[in-house]
Design a protein around this ligand. Structure first.
Ligand code: GLY
Ligand code: MN
Ligand code: MN
Length: 455
C-alpha cells in the first residue's frame, strides 16, 4: 500500500534519467568485441536466482541496497586497479563502478513496470569512454545483465528518498566508503535498519554449478602456475621472479587478477605467514614457501606449495614437510558433511603436536602454537577468505586445508631447524561422497616434488 504513494514520482524519474541513455544501446556483441563480459561469465539467470533467494530472506515491507566498490585514487591521475565488490558482483554480474542495486521485498512500479529490483549504473559518456573504456549504460544493463529496470546512478538519492520512508526495514549497503552511501541513507529513516551479511554469507558459501566451474578453472590455472615455477626455478632466482612466472601463467590463461598478493618467501622469509615483499635473491639450500592463486571471473584459488629451491630436500626440510603433509592428510579426511568447521584444524593440530614432540622441537604439547600459529581452514570463493557462517560443513562448500610449521631463525630449538617455513594448502570441495581435492594437479608428496623439479 505504502509503495503506491511514490508511483508518480518514480514514473517521472524514469523519463528524466533514462531517455538519453536509450539512444546509445550497448549489446552483448559490442561488449564481446571490446573484450568485456566473457562468454563463460556467470549467467544473468544465476545472478537473478541469487537475488530471488536473498529476497526470500528479507522481512515484509523491506528493501536492500547494495553499492558497487568505489574507485580508489592512488595518486594524481592514477587509480588503484578496480575490483568489483564480491556481494555486488554475486547479485548483479556488473563489474563497473558507480553502480547500485535496489531489491525490494514487494514489487514497486517504476515507469509503468512492476518490479522488485532496480540496477543503477553510470551514464554513457563518449568523452570519458575514450579514456576509460565502454560503459554499460542503462540499456546495456537491460540487454546484458537482463535487468528489467535500469536507471542512472544520478537518480539513486531521489529514489531512495522516496522509498525509505515507506519501509519497515531497510538493509543499507555495507560499503560506507562509497560516495553514493550518504545519498542512499536519507534522513528519512525506516522503522528498522538491519543487515543481510549472514544470509549472504550462507548463500555464498554453498556453491552453485556455475560457480564451481569457474572456481575449478581458477584452481587448475593456479596448479599449472605452481608446477611451472617448481619445474623452472633454481638457486639464484629472486623471489619476485617466481612471482612473475606465476602471474604470467595466471594472465596467460585468462585470470583477471590474483586472488591476493603473491607470497613467495625464501630462507627465513618462508617463516613469515603472509610475506609479500618478494625481493630476496634465493641461495642454494633455501626452503621456499609459495602461496599464490589466480582469480578467474571473480573466483579465486588459494594454493600453497613448499619446496627446496635446489630441488632436493635436506633431512630436516623433509622431516618438517612430511609432518605437515601428514597433518594436511588428516585434516582433509575430516572435511566431511556434518563435521564441525574446526574438525580439519583439530586433526592437523594433533598430528603436528605429536610430530614436533617426537622431533624434539618442542617439549610440551601446548608449545605447538609457537610453530603453528594459524587456523587450518577458511571458505574459498569470490573472496580468498570467503563469506560463510562457520557452522558444520555442508555439501557444495569449498574450504582450504592448510596446516603449516614455521621455524624462524632464533627459535628455541636446535638451529638445524631454523629458516624452515612450510605450509601445504589445498582447496577442498565438500561432497556427500567425501572431500574432493580441487587443487590436486600439483604434487604434494616430497618425492613427487623432487621428481617435478629435476631439470
Ligand atoms: N593466501 C592466504 C591464505 O592462505 O589464507
Ligand atoms: Mn588460505
Ligand atoms: Mn593461501
Amino acid at each position: 500500500m505504502l509503495f503506491k504513494k511514490i508511483l508518480p514520482l518514480l514514473f517521472l524519474f524514469h523519463f528524466a534519467f533514462c531517455i538519453e541513455a536509450k539512444a546509445q544501446s550497448v549489446s552483448i556483441d559490442t561488449l564481446h568485441k571490446y573484450g568485456i563480459y566473457d562468454e563463460d561469465r556467470l549467467s544473468p539467470e544465476f545472478h537473478k536466482s541469487r537475488r530471488d533467494e536473498l529476497r526470500k530472506r528479507m522481512s515484509p515491507h523491506s528493501a536492500a541496497l547494495f553499492l558497487a566498490s568505489p574507485e580508489k585514487n592512488r595518486s594524481n591521475d592514477v587509480n588503484y586497479e578496480y575490483h568489483q565488490d564480491p556481494n555486488f558482483y554475486y547479485l548483479t554480474g556488473h563489474v563497473q563502478p558507480d553502480a547500485a542495486l535496489l531489491i525490494t521485498k514487494e514489487p514497486i512500479t517504476i515507469g509503468g513496470i512492476k518490479t522488485d529490483e532496480v540496477i543503477f549504473v553510470q551514464k554513457k559518456d563518449p568523452a570519458r569512454e575514450v579514456w576509460t573504456g565502454i560503459r554499460l549504460g542503462t540499456e546495456g544493463a537491460k540487454s546484458v545483465l537482463k535487468f528489467q529496470v535500469a536507471l542512472l546512478i544520478d537518480s539513486l538519492s531521489s529514489i531512495m528518498n522516496s522509498i525509505i520512508p515507506t519501509l519497515e526495514t531497510f538493509y543499507p549497503s555495507h560499503i560506507s566508503s562509497s560516495k553514493h552511501y550518504i545519498d542512499s541513507l536519507t534522513t528519512l529513516k525506516p522503522a528498522l535498519i538491519n543487515y543481510l551479511n549472514t544470509d549472504l554469507a550462507q548463500m555464498r558459501s554453498i556453491k552453485q554449478d556455475e560457480e564451481l566451474k569457474l572456481l575449478r578453472k581458477a584452481i587448475t590455472i593456479s596448479n599449472e602456475a605452481h608446477n611451472d615455477i617448481m619445474h623452472t626455478a633454481r638457486p639464484g632466482w629472486a623471489e619476485y621472479q617466481m612471482q612473475a612466472l606465476g602471474e604470467y601463467d595466471f594472465t596467460k590463461n585468462g585470470c583477471e587478477y590474483t586472488g591476493y598478493p603473491c607470497i613467495v618467501g625464501s630462507g627465513n622469509n618462508s617463516t613469515i605467514l603472509h610475506y609479500e615483499t618478494n625481493r630476496r635473491k634465493t641461495e642454494d639450500g633455501d626452503f621456499i614457501e609459495m602461496d599464490i592463486g589466480g582469480e578467474y571471473h571473480g573466483y579465486t584459488a588459494d594454493i600453497t606449495r613448499s619446496f627446496p629451491i635446489n630441488g632436493k630436500f635436506t633431512p630436516e626440510q623433509r622431516a618438517i614437510y612430511d609432518l605437515v603433509l601428514e597433518a594436511q592428510d588428516s585434516g582433509i579426511a575430516e572435511a566431511k558433511v556434518g563435521n564441525i568447521f574446526k574438525a580439519p584444524h583439530n586433526a592437523a593440530v594433533s598430528v603436528i603436536t605429536r610430530g614436533l614432540l617426537k622431533l624434539g622441537i618442542i617439549t610440551k604439547p601446548e608449545e605447538y602454537r609457537k610453530y603453528f600459529m594459524h587456523g587450518t581452514s577458511h571458505y574459498l570463493g569470490l573472496d580468498v577468505h570467503d563469506a560463510g557462517d562457520y557452522k558444520p560443513l555442508q555439501e557444495r562448500q569449498v574450504i582450504t586445508v592448510e596446516p603449516g610449521i614455521y621455524i624462524a631463525e632464533g627459535s628455541p630449538c636446535d638451529k638445524k631447524w631454523w629458516k624452515i617455513g612450510c605450509r601445504i594448502e589445498d582447496d577442498i570441495l565438500i561432497t556427500i561422497m567425501g572431500p574432493e581435492i580441487l587443487s590436486r594437479f600439483s604434487p604434494r608428496k616430497a618425492d613427487e616434488i623432487e621428481e617435478l623439479m629435476k631439470h
